[in-house]
Design a protein around this ligand. Structure first.
Ligand code: NAD
Length: 422
């Protein structure tokens, strides 16, 4: 039985190990073990039936040493402060790995948004925004979409913040609708980044190529759906996908375009009820263990654990989701010689294009999509190379390599700025 999983302790364990590899004294990086600021709010919402419900909300700012804090907002019924703290730290590491001038933050509301009407969801979002308003802003902390939040919700956040300021402030949030300052290419950026990293890792590891690499993707949302589509479009064989309703396996390859169309048109916005010739229904546990070459978890954290890591048949794991592999799961994969490209590198495409969106907003510029995609690719490939070099320099894992690159940059920034007051 795997030990109880705490994402914050998971983050601290990896941080300590990477710092040790870099030869850092605890004094050099102790600040990274503590978020700079944690805000917990209670959000009263008038429900459609006239009753009032109160939801827990969070915003955590982990580090602002390298720039304004940056990180998504998640709506989920099981979220808690430790999860948000871990996600905020991973954002600091992620921004440092790809070397964009941001620190890390994360926000969340403990809610199952499927149980809310659209009007209730909007009231919840606007009240949450008002309650975290003192600590967010284009120069302070810039939210973005995450699990169960989307461009429309970012639009409500932008509008609420702008109403309080008496002027339009598009740079307060990224992942907005294009019409109010969203960046072309942002909605696809995380999945596009995952596709770039999967292809680069296949090349780096010298895995057999030429279109016959078989890929399994867990999660068919903003990250997994786009990653599956783009990998399919560039000739990879997607043999398995899943979402909250379960999964599908076809050794000959799935029709990802048809599956995404089905999700978009179904009432539940899931694969529930999907059928196609040669397609076998599988569970999420079976997807993790399915016969494939590359496993790309793009749903939630804590999916590859001490309990199931020894069932993984893939030769490479690329983390599209944040924290999908626990420390125990990671150890088992390492022992089995299965490389894991970590979240802080693999899913950084979203924050990179969020950075492009923010740059355009504060300069009142509009870039075209091809410029965005080209710059995204350049940044992802450079980051992969730097992580691979760090990994090779200590003969360690991609995860340690990525954390070494990130922690080195965060510690350098902290050292240069010093501790206030001296
Ligand atoms: P999303 O809400 O758009 O999609 C989540 C997908 O996972 C859905 O298909 C859902 O059905 C599926 N899912 C939920 N629970 C599941 C379960 N128990 N088993 C299998 N599938 C399940 O969310 P997203 O934006 O795609 O985010 C997915 C992950 O990627 C999260 O860990 C998020 O933090 C991370 N991430 C997102 C972005 C972004 O830009 N959206 C950026 C970086 C990292």
């Amino acid at each position: 039985m795997a030990k109880a999983y705490n994402p914050y302790e998971n983050m601290l364990e990896v941080l300590d190990e990477a710092a040790k590899m870099l030869g850092l004294e605890e004094n050099d990086y102790i600040a990274l073990k503590h978020p700079e600021r944690e805000l917990k709010v209670s959000i009263p919402v008038k429900m459609d039936d006239g009753s009032v419900e109160v939801f827990d909300g969070y915003r955590v700012q982990h580090s602002s040493s390298r720039g304004p804090c940056k990180g998504g907002i998640r709506y989920h019924q099981e979220v808690d402060m430790d999860e948000v703290k871990a996600l905020a730290a991973w954002m600091s590491f992620k921004c440092a790995v790809v070397n964009i001038p941001y620190g890390g933050a994360k926000g969340a509301v403990k809610v199952d948004p499927r149980k809310l009407s659209k009007a209730e969801l909007e009231r919840l979002t606007r009240r949450y925004t008002a309650m975290i308003l003192p600590i967010i802003g284009p120069e302070r902390d810039i939210p973005a979409p995450d699990v169960n939040t989307n461009a429309e919700i970012m639009g409500w956040i932008m509008d609420t913040y702008s109403m309080f300021n008496g002027r339009a402030v598009p740079g307060v949030v990224t992942g907005k609708p294009i019409e109010i300052g969203g960046a072309l290419g942002r909605s696809e950026a995380t999945g596009r980044g995952v596709m770039i990293i999967v292809n680069e890792a296949i090349k780096y590891l010298g895995m057999h190529d030429g279109g016959d690499v078989r890929v399994a993707v867990q999660g068919m949302g903003n990250v997994g759906g786009v990653a599956a589509q783009l990998l399919h479009d560039c000739g990879r064989k997607i043999v398995a996908v899943s979402d909250i309703s379960g999964g599908y396996y076809n050794p000959e390859g799935l029709d990802i375009t048809a599956m995404r169309k089905y999700i978009a048109e179904s009432d539940s916005h899931t694969l529930e009820g999907y059928t196609a010739p040669g397609c076998r229904k599988i569970s999420n546990a079976e997807l993790i263990a399915c016969d494939c070459d590359v496993l790309v978890p793009c749903a939630l954290q804590n999916q590859i654990t001490g309990d199931n890591a020894d069932t993984v048949k893939a030769k490479l794991v690329v983390e599209g989701a944040n924290g999908p592999t626990t420390v125990e799961g990671d150890e088992i994969l390492n022992k089995r010689g299965i490389p894991v490209v970590p979240d802080i590198l693999a899913n950084a495409g979203g924050v990179v294009v969020s950075y492009f969106e923010w740059v355009q907003n504060i300069q009142r510029l509009i870039w075209d999509e091809s410029q965005t995609n080209e710059m995204l690719e350049g940044i992802m490939l450079r980051a992969f190379k730097e992580v691979a070099e760090a990994k090779e320099s200590k003969n360690t894992t991609f995860r340690m390599g990525a954390h070494m690159v990130a922690i080195k940059r965060l510690v350098a920034a902290k050292k240069i700025r010093g501790i206030f007051p001296n």
